[in-house]
Design a protein around this ligand. Structure first.
Ligand code: GTP
Ligand code: MG
Length: 353
């Protein structure tokens, strides 16, 4: 992740600091030019009365030319207008890499507070911009305030997890990966084949259930998805199974009927956790889907699939901030083992920081 964004940010930051230093040289030359008339003025007023001279000296600017130049040499101030010009390249880099517009605006505002009209130590401008950017991006992520495995172990059985998202986002594969993860943590699992809609969906999850040696509760194609979920929870209760994972049909977030069906599954199965599974590579679409699903059924967290093929990373940077929900896991491939607990520090490291 971030293969492209990392280099783009580095280039933009380098260019910003280079431009700042170039501007600085121009301004220092201007100060020297400005100071000349003051000297000429001084020669004229030397002829005037002592009293007048003292008055003029008193009124002269406190800072000498030397101290002005020294301040210019060691520090640099960026005006708001300069900042707008300088930020443009970074803004483009973020846009090209799927960072949401409202998130870019937030990054811009935070950088502005740190950079505009503050004396910035020369030669450290690149570091200052990079640090400010790093802290801002870090703050964009919402860390989950719980550990899923611990939460399940503390909760009443069965702990019910519903996975939702648009077509092909990786829900069924994620159900299988989570099953493996839970089994590794000594938790028993029942699956619910609540995608009764797409041809071969039940066969697909059945083959995962066989591989993972877990019970799959299924009805026929076209059956009521909520009833499948309800039966799975009932089965898990009777068998004292720790977790029920409900695989739902892919649905466009804009389809009102399918959104209502999802609401019905939620009403009947009463999941403890609703997870939106979104494709990391789809950028702003993914963020819009998460926002719409969140409005419909209030999601609790996000799993971003296909992080292994996402070289931009802007979705990961933006989605928590826009939805105010944490990213719980990243899907990092097509195998059962390819699921990683989401870790902000690791992600920031990938950005080269
Ligand atoms: N590279 C990669 N591929 C993934 C990942 N997760 C899922 N896939 C692939 O994405 C495709 C779709 O995955 P599914 O799990 O069937 O997606 P779904 O959301 O259940 O799809 P529908 O049920 O049709 O809505 C499959 O080919 C998966 O192998 C991932 O993390 N990385
Ligand atoms: Mg599926």
């Amino acid at each position: 992740m971030f293969k492209f964004l990392k280099n783009k940010i580095k280039d933009a930051v380098k260019n910003i600091s280079k431009n700042v230093e170039e501007k600085e040289q121009e301004e220092t030359t201007e100060i020297i030019k400005e100071e000349k008339p003051i000297k000429e003025e001084k020669t004229i007023i030397e002829k005037e009365t002592k009293e007048k001279i003292e008055k003029i000296i008193e009124e002269k600017p406190k800072k000498s030319l030397a101290s002005k130049i020294k301040e210019k040499i060691t520090t640099k101030r960026i005006s708001e207008k300069e900042f707008e010009e300088l930020f443009w390249e970074l803004e483009l880099a973020l846009l090209e890499n799927n960072v949401a517009v409202e998130v870019i605006e937030k990054i811009k505002q935070e950088l502005k507070v740190d950079l505009v009209d503050n004396p910035l130590e020369k030669n450290k401008i690149e570091d200052i911009i990079e640090n400010s950017l790093k802290e801002t991006i870090k703050d964009l992520f919402k860390e989950p305030d719980f550990n899923l495995i611990e939460k399940i172990k503390e909760s009443e059985k069965p702990y019910v997890i519903l996975l939702l998202g648009v077509n092909g986002s990786g829900k069924t594969t994620t159900v299988a990966k989570l099953t493996k993860l839970l089994q590794t943590n000594k938790l028993s699992v029942t699956l619910a084949a609540a995608d009764t809609f797409r041809a071969a969906a039940i066969d697909q999850i059945q083959s995962w259930a066989d591989k993972l040696d877990v019970k799959l509760i299924k009805h026929d194609y076209g059956a009521d998805a909520a009833a499948v979920a309800f039966d799975a929870v009932k089965h898990a209760k009777a068998k004292k199974i720790d977790v029920v994972l409900i695989d739902t049909a892919g649905r466009m977030h804009s389809n009102i009927n399918l959104r209502d069906e999802l609401k019905k599954i939620v009403r009947i199965a009463k999941p403890d956790l609703k997870i939106f599974v979104g494709e990391s590579i789809t950028g702003n679409d993914c963020i819009e889907q998460a926002t719409t699903f969140n409005e419909a059924v209030e999601i609790d967290g996000i799993i971003l699939s296909k992080a292994d093929i996402d070289e931009k990373g802007g979705t990961a940077i933006s989605i928590s901030h826009v939805t105010d929900k944490p990213i719980l896991y990243l899907g990092t491939g097509q195998e059962l083992k390819d699921i990683e607990k989401f870790n902000v520090s690791k992600l920031i490291e990938n950005l080269g920081w």
